[in-house]
Design a protein around this ligand. Structure first.
Ligand code: MN
Length: 148
């Protein structure tokens, strides 16, 4: 499987506590949001899809009120095992800094096309309808909290 090669290439698993992981189709539809105090504080929004966690870095807070849009930069797919990861990525490693789970839960997929993913989040903090819309280049998306 090709899907995790970028993830593996960026990390030394003898140094980082992050899971090496593998592509794993669980039949579940889960999401996790990591809060990540790296060189720039950000949130990582991840959807379980295609046996990996499709991942976007969101520089600002994840929207919780309808109509709010946030830039979401797609990053390398992460392994399913990352859904439970919290810890300290050591200095000198890719993404060095503290990672904590901000929220997690299941989601219901509403629509998926090349440039749009719509879904309902069922987290503790994040609930309701959201869309990810690709708007520019290979990796720039908007994460939108929908009005419903
Ligand atoms: Mn991150």
């Amino acid at each position: 499987m090709m899907a995790l090669e970028k993830y593996w290439a960026k990390r030394k698993f003898t140094r980082t506590p992050e899971p090496k992981g593998k592509v794993l189709k669980t039949g579940m539809s889960r999401f996790v949001v990591h809060e990540h105090w790296a060189s720039h504080h950000h949130f990582d929004f991840r959807l379980e899809m295609d046996g990996v966690l499709k991942s976007w870095a969101v520089p600002k807070e994840i929207p919780q009120e309808a109509g709010i849009k946030r830039l979401a930069v797609q990053v390398e797919d992460h392994p399913i095992d990352y859904i439970n990861f919290e810890g300290e990525i050591p200095e000198g490693s890719y993404g060095a800094g503290t990672v904590k789970i901000f929220d997690r839960g299941e989601y219901e997929l509403i629509e998926r096309t090349k440039n749009t993913i719509s879904f309902i989040l069922k987290g503790k903090k994040l609930k309701g309808s959201y869309s990810l819309i690709k708007f520019k280049g290979p990796n720039q998306w908007l994460l939108i909290k929908e009005k419903k």
